[in-house]
Structures are given as C-alpha cells and as structure tokens.
Design a protein around this ligand. Structure first.
Ligand code: UDX
Length: 446
C-alpha cells in the first residue's frame, strides 16, 4: 500500500488495523520505528505518509469512504477443528467481509490480497451479497508475489501483477480495469495479467508450491552430496545452467521458512484431499516432509559431530530470521533447530542483527515443547557475533546475513573452545578460508 501511495499521489490510501499499538508505530514520527524492517520501505513511508498515505484504526470510516478495499488480513493454518494443521483459517477474512457488508453504503470493489484457498471469492461474495445494504460488490483476486527482504524492489519491478475477476460481466470487467489502472501507473501493461478468479487464487498457491519444491529438491540432493562427495553448489550450478531449469531458488539450506511456503502447501494439500485427490496431496506434502527432515538432520548432525552429546555444551547461533534482510521469524529454521538442540540439553546463544530477544523467546515458547523457565535458562540472546561465540563448542549459521561473511573469524575461532566446530546451514562461508583458520567445518551439501 505504501508503494501504491508513492506511485499514485492522486489516490488516497488508508491502511487500517484494529491493533492500536501497531498503527501508532506506523505513525511514529521517526520512520525508522515502523513495525516492519524492509530495505527502502521507511523512505517511501516518509515520502507518502500524511500526503496520501494514512494509518488509522477507524475501520468503519475507512470502509465507508473507500472505493477499493484490499483485504490483507492473515490466513494462518487452522489450529482447531476440521482441517486442523492444514487448512487455511478464514475467520479473519469472514469477519472483514461481514464488517464491510454492515458498513458499506456505496458500491465497492473488494480485492483479496491475502493468500486464499481457491474459490474463497465465492464465499466472500455470498457473505457480502446476503448481508449488505443492497450495494454492489465486485470481488477481485490480486495475490501478492513479493518476497520479504526485497519487498520494495519486488513491488516496484514485479515479474507480473495478477488480477483475477469476473471478466464475463460488464461490472466485473470494469472492476478489473479499475485495479489494472492503479498498477499501470508504474508497471508495463504486458506484465499485468488478468485471469478468472479461480485461476488467480490457485496461481498464488501454485507459485509458492513450485518455489518451495525447488528448495526441497535441492535439499534432497544436498543429503546425497554429503554421502557421495559431490558438492551441492556445483550440482546446483550445473543443473541451473539448463535454461529450462534456470539458476534461481536452487540454494541448498537448513530448510525454508517464512510465513508462506509451509502454510500454502499445507493448504494446497488440504484442498487436494478435500476433492479426494490423494496422490496430488501426497505429492505436495512430500515437499514439507523433506523440509522438516532437513531441519532435523542439521540439528542431528551437530549432535553427532560433537561426539554424540551436546548436553551442557554451548552452541552459538548466528541468525534467527527466516532469511536475511528481514526481522521476520515465522517458521524460521533456527526455531526448529534450537528446539531439537534443547531436547539434547544444549545451551544456545543467539545473535541476529534484526531480531529482538523477546521474539526469540516467544518463538520457542510457542512450540510448547519446553517450559518458559527452561528456555530462558538455556537460551541467551546477545548483541554481537563475537559475544555469541565466546567459549562456545560450536557455531551454527542459520541466516545468511551479509555481515556474517565479514566477521573476524580468526578472532572468533580464538575465543572458542577447541576443537571449534562451524556448521554452515546457508552455504555462506568459504570452506577453504574457514578451514585454514582451524575450524572443523561442516556445510550443508558438502
Ligand atoms: C515467498 C515467495 O518467494 C513470494 O513470492 C511469496 O509472495 C511469499 O513467499 P518469502 O517467504 O518472503 O517469499 O521468501 P523467499 O525468498 O521465497 O524465501 C523463503 C525461504 O526459502 C527462506 O527461508 C529462504 O532462506 C529459503 N530459500 C530460498 C532457500 O533455502 N533456498 C533458495 O534457493 C531460496
């Protein structure tokens, strides 16, 4: 929304949320204090805020005034009832729809921005049409493909913008055109793709499933590499040079994280199962099974390498965020690796340049596998990599922050217990250089 506001100064954009604290943070005088860290975002907020970008908790007022409403609430994996652990929880979407239906007095275009199961628009339309005040609602699907850490760049130069709508009717076509016009301000028309609603909804799940599948595929190969003496980076390069395969998203890692991949694949699996498509469901579920395996085996390898016990041993974690350049920790591999090591009674010291200590503790407490007391006793959070590694038995790289490449690894090595082990879950460091310092080095897929 900030990017739309920046690119379309003639459109008033109001971001509304019921969480007062969060809205207050978005309105913080110092733009560096906005709640999301994303390169380039604070500058855009600074430029547009107060001009045509507003943050507010006055939900009804904003609904009443809007012509286009983007529903961007979360659709987490259901934690209860039918579809528990798989289906998307659409509670917040439905609450939004009901509130819009109650408040709206003029025709509106409703845009699904949240990632949703295919055919959700149908349910939305039902709710809006049956509880509304006789106003006309057009529903569009406009999934978001940005990735965190590069969000602003992705929005400014997207590969494509996808808009699904009821193009068969005159009103539906007009709604699609209205949204196309917003994006056409800065995106070439050829990159704005319009489809029917169901294709658009399903394309978002498909894109995420394909991306995650590539990572699980290369991670599966990383395990074979470790057994055979092949190097996964070399394999990825050789394979990726085939133009039909392409070089991107072939980086072996300790496992993918983030708020989307796992959730969306589980959702896809659930949809397939609910249509009785069990082979399709199993096929996609394997992407998740492989990813869980990768995190587990990274932790198991640390235990095995440290002479089959890490009880009471200090392991330094470099990185907690699910990838670099974000403070987001949702489904981060580090959380699960830490949990496995806590099962083995390890002591963990974490340094991440952007993630706050309270978040790290909250992530571990959320798993409910260890008591809060134990987590606080065994896990420490510090402000530098050097501090994290002092007197440690091993250091594990869990996020590929650029600054870890530039660390004084020699002085880190000197401050650690010997033999000093380094586990690179991100293929970030140069094996030869690290081994020359004296580390016992262990990288995914090598
Ligand atoms: C993803 C999709 O890329 C984006 O299009 C969609 O809108 C939201 O979900 P995001 O979760 O922000 O974006 O991050 P992404 O860059 O896709 O990375 C996801 C995870 O995969 C990270 O943990 C990352 O470290 C990992 N990853 C990515 C790999 O392990 N190897 C790779 O080659 C690429």
């Amino acid at each position: 929304m900030a990017v739309i506001a920046q690119k379309c100064p003639e459109i008033d954009v109001t971001v509304i949320d019921i969480n007062e604290k969060r809205i207050a943070a978005w309105n913080d005088e110092d733009v560096e204090n906005i709640p999301i860290y994303e390169p380039g975002l604070s500058a855009i907020v600074k430029e547009a805020r107060g001009r045509n970008l507003f943050f507010s908790t006055e939900v009804d007022k904003a609904i009443d005034e809007a012509e286009l409403i983007f529903i961007s609430v979360n659709t987490p994996t259901k934690t209860y009832g039918i579809g528990k652990g798989m289906a998307a929880d659409l509670k917040y979407i439905e609450l939004c729809a009901r509130q819009i239906a109650r408040v709206a007095k003029t025709d509106k275009i409703i845009v699904e921005k949240s990632t949703l199961p295919v055919r959700t628009a149908e349910a939305l339309k039902n709710i809006l049409d049956n509880t509304g005040n006789g106003v006309n609602f057009q529903i569009l699907s406009n999934p978001e493909f940005l990735a965190e850490g590069t969000a602003v760049q992705d929005l400014l130069n997207p590969d494509r913008v996808l808009i699904g709508g009821g193009i068969a009717t005159e009103k539906g076509k007009k709604a699609v055109d209205a949204l196309v016009a917003v994006y056409a301000t800065w995106i070439p028309n050829a990159q704005i793709l319009t489809t029917n609603l169901w294709s658009s909804e399903l394309s978002k799940l498909t894109a995420n499933a394909f991306l995650a599948q590539r990572i699980s595929s290369i991670n599966a190969m990383s395990e074979i590499c470790e057994k055979t003496g092949a190097d996964v980076e070399e394999v990825a390069k050789a394979v990726g040079m085939d133009s039909r395969i392409g070089p991107k998203f072939l980086k072996a890692s300790v496992g993918f994280g983030g708020s989307c991949f796992q959730k969306d694949i589980l959702n896809l699996v659930y949809i397939a199962k609910s249509y009785g498509l069990n082979e399709v469901a199993d096929y996609w579920e394997q992407v998740i099974i492989m990813n869980d395996h990768q995190k587990r085996r990274f932790a198991a390898n640390i235990v095995k390498t440290l002479y089959n016990t890490v009880s009471g041993k200090k392991i330094a974690f470099l990185g907690w965020a699910f990838k670099k350049d974000t403070n987001d920790t949702r489904e981060a591999a580090a959380i699960y690796v830490a949990d496995h090591l806590l099962n083995e009674e390890a002591e963990i010291v974490v340094y991440d340049p952007k993630v706050k200590a309270e978040q790290i503790y909250a992530d571990l407490e959320y798993l409910e596998t260890h008591s809060s007391e134990e987590i606080h006793r065994r896990v420490k959070v510090v402000n530098t990599a050097q501090e994290a590694c002092k007197d440690a038995h091993a250091v594990a790289v869990l996020t590929e922050w650029d600054e870890y490449k530039k660390l004084d690894w020699k002085s880190i090595y000197d401050s650690m217990l010997k033999p000093a082990f380094l586990f690179d879950g991100r293929r970030l460091l140069d094996k030869e250089e690290i081994e020359k310092i004296g580390f016992k080095f262990n990288a995914i897929g090598n």
